[in-house]
Design a protein around this ligand. Sequence first.
Ligand SMILES: [Zn+2]
Length: 250
Amino acid sequence: MATNNIELIGIVISDRKQGESSKILSVFTDKLGKVSIYGKGLMNPKSGLLASGSMFSKTKFLLQKGQNFYYIKEAHLLDSFYDIRTDFNTIVAVSFMAELLDRSFLEGIKNYKVFLLFEKALELSKSKKNLKALRLAFALKFMAYIGYKPNLKDCLVCHSKKNLRYFSAANGGFLCEDDIKLLDTENLKNSLIINDDIIKILQDFMFLTFEDIIGKKYDINFLAKTETVILNYISENLDINKFYSLSLEG
Ligand SMILES: [Zn+2]
């Protein structure tokens, strides 16, 4: 009995064609975090693996560990998320989440909480409700789960909850009117002006469930500003400055 076989559940977060009919898949899994799977002949309809090798598909795999890749011994498709791939706005939302995972995770770093978060967000994206809020809430919760939880409760310096005026990406939280002067100019450059509406949205995204978030109405302009704050925070901490998935939005 080979010991390098493992059974797990994985969701495809990126794929790369290899030759005529093969693919290298980047798959986010419950047990191993991100893994690379070499899907030999995957795109051949006769392989029976076509659906499992498609973006966002959720599959129960039996994998065999090779030198550089995992190989598929068995695959049982759990959900192809077919509906997701037929709606443009949904594609943008889930592609953004997948790209964030793919670009920030190294192979073999396990994080079951992140897997569950992603699985849940994918599931809820089927409703096509509040997709921008969903993907931004995913991003903020994701940052917290991988160790970059910003303080969204009060001023980083004096802990006042009033007159919060800036979000400092470098320091991971709000600064009140009085304490902004304590920042050196380098940090100031990475601070964004915020208001109470943006603070409220950020707090919702961090502390409410996805279900509650997609059930709410958000002002489109404040949501756009909140996006800037979150992307700036990601850029500061993970060094991802541009998301290819968001350029789809045009
Ligand atoms: Zn303060």
